[in-house]
Design a protein around this ligand. Sequence first.
Ligand code: FES
Length: 155
Amino acid sequence: METIAKTRSIEEILGKYPGRTRSDLIPVLQDVQEEYGYLSRDSIREVSAYLGLPASKIYGVATFYNQFRLSPPGRHLIQICRGTACHVKGSQTLLEALERELGIKVHQTTKDRRFTLDTVACLGACSIAPVICIDGNFHGRVQLSEIPEILAQYE
Ligand code: FES
């Protein structure tokens, strides 16, 4: 299971951006999400106050870029590689199979909060494409038929 370390407070994260400019928004949101796994209502409120931007603007940005999550991720984070090598080896078909198997779309979390499904750019393991990374564990040369067996490893 992926452990999301909450070692830095929001204040510490915001302190890295003393310029408080509008262009800090996306890096700040990326930083907050990296630390907490998602953008909570409270964190958005604090970012809004710090950068002097309306919360509605921040929600607009967070929903426009699908890299951001507004609710906590599931216990296991599935990242399916959408890089070129994996695409050529059928990652789109794997993604669709995962969506069917889990009953969710990409960037969503299952109702039981067991899995969150995300896509990523090249994971740097093109020689074993197509690659699925779950909680940091790489599964390479994944065949459609192996998906249930792979998911079963993550309760
Ligand atoms: S393209 Fe998937 S690991 Fe490089």
